[in-house]
Design a protein around this ligand. Structure first.
Ligand code: PLP
Length: 445
């Protein structure tokens, strides 16, 4: 596996340096103007460890669609997760990292024919289905593939409801779809569901697992060897929302309804792994002060260099609310403000009715928890570039990862230091912050 450019490398920090101090140093370098991300590799590792601790029976298959940055995929591949791929392109991305095809579930119930042929050719042998036509496609294009029936069970509240598009009714359609698979001579190995992305009702997992149990029993009655339960995604991504509540519901439901250790339980978390690892720094390039007749400022419109066609696209499709924090400690009183993206479009508004200190052009506004469904959806509409990502890790995280990453020899030379490997520098140790900041600013400039 070859890392092709500086953006895809992990910058190892010395013990004194945190991801936020790197962000700050880049903002204050005097040469950085474009918006940029800091991705904290340690945070992804933390999420993995937390998952293993709280959901030990469930093997995560990271949903690539959520954030397909090479570095994210590499870190998760190194940690040992599986992958949920939804297309030929996503399968290629994961296989390029030398991940074994049996770590992939092609978790799309409605696949283009060429993508199914591609999966068959590359040995991806696990996929979902939720309708009759898909079964006939699988029969003609990839008849030996193991199938997972995707059923519908929606949380009462979520950021994005997926059941309106995918998942068969578990009661009225599920049994028929299992029977047809048997009649076609196909092999069904399990059941999957997705309660909705950003699930706000942990109890939905209980309902779904219970419905899946009924379909397992039906499938077993038809003669299938039902061994795989896929509990989908939907887990919260920021660290303030209670992941452990979801885990509690799931663990109890599994103990009660899927106690047999012979049943493999997997999940397809996306948001959970990446949301909190990415912090975006945006720069105020323009502003409009609205004044009273007396000349006092009554409100301010700030224009930043990323917007709803870029990293804040969730504003358009799930009405997300973003909370930006000025990099500099606020001085003076707070003023009613709005924050706008850079494109000429009137809907390109990031924040409205917020109280912010009076800020100058060139000031930075920082947005945390922006790793999920931001970068892969962002477009360079109006010629404004999608922000670059700078990935940093602690020395300990790097030591954990480096032996597991499939790096090419030029990136891993014996006797080299982590900093050399990551930055192409000869610093003789982990990089001091000023050097990291200078390098990253230059890369992002
Ligand atoms: N699995 C499937 C089939 C999905 O469609 C999605 C999101 O759209 C995911 C997993 C990831 O969901 P989340 O990011 O909520 O964990």
């Amino acid at each position: 596996m070859k890392l092709t450019n500086l953006d895809e490398r992990i910058h190892v920090l010395d013990g004194e340096t945190s991801p936020s101090s790197v962000l700050q140093a880049i903002c204050q370098s005097g040469i950085q103007e474009e918006a940029f991300y800091i991705c904290d590799a340690d945070e992804i590792i933390f999420k993995y460890k937390q998952w293993k601790l709280l959901l030990p029976r469930v093997q995560p298959h990271y949903a690539v669609k959520c954030n397909d940055s090479t570095v994210v995929l590499e870190i998760l591949a190194a940690l040992g997760t599986g992958f949920d791929c939804a297309s030929k392109g996503e399968i290629n991305k994961v296989l390029d990292l030398e991940v074994d095809p049996n770590r992939i579930i092609f978790a799309h119930p409605c696949k283009p024919a060429s993508h199914i042929r591609h999966a068959a050719a590359l040995g991806v042998n696990l996929t979902t289905y939720d309708n009759v036509t898909e079964l006939h496609k699988m029969k003609s294009l990839h008849p030996t593939c193991n199938l997972v029936l995707r059923m519908r069970c929606d949380a009462s509240s979520s950021c994005s409801q997926l059941g309106i598009k995918y998942g068969c009714d578990p009661v009225t359609e599920g049994p028929n779809l299992l029977t047809l698979a048997r009649d076609l001579g196909l092999n069904v190995v399990g059941v999957s569901f997705h309660v909705g992305s950003g699930c706000r009702e942990p109890a939905a997992f209980r309902r779904a697992i219970s419905l899946a149990r009924d379909l397992f029993d039906f499938g077993t009655g038809l003669g299938f060897n039902m061994t795989l339960l896929d509990i989908g995604g939907g887990f919260p991504g920021d660290n303030n929302t209670n992941f452990s509540e979801c885990a509690d519901v799931i663990n109890k439901s599994l103990d009660e309804l899927f106690a047999s250790p012979e049943i493999q339980v997997i999940a397809e978390p996306g948001r959970y792994f990446v949301c909190s690892a990415f912090t975006l720094a945006t720069n105020i390039h323009s502003k409009r002060e609205i004044r009273s007749k007396e000349g006092d400022i009554t409100s301010v419109m700030y224009y930043i260099n990323d917007g709803v066609y870029g990293s804040f696209n969730a504003k358009l499709y799930e009405d997300a609310v973003f909370h930006g924090v000025p990099l500099e400690t606020p001085k003076g009183k707070l003023i009613p403000s709005s924050v706008w993206g850079p494109t000429c479009d009137g809907i390109d508004k990031v924040q409205e009715n917020v109280l912010l200190p009076l800020m100058d052009l060139g000031s930075w506004i920082i947005y945390q928890n922006l790793g999920a469904y931001s970068l892969p959806v962002a477009s360079p509409f109006n010629g404004f570039p999608v922000p670059k990502v700078h990935t940093v890790s602690s020395h300990a995280a790097w030591m954990l990862l480096k032996d597991r990453l499939p790096m090419s020899p030029e990136h891993f030379v014996e006797g080299n230091t982590p900093a050399n490997l990551c930055m192409g520098l000869d610093l003789g140790g982990a990089a001091p912050i000023a050097e990291v900041a200078r390098r990253l600013s230059l890369a992002g400039a």
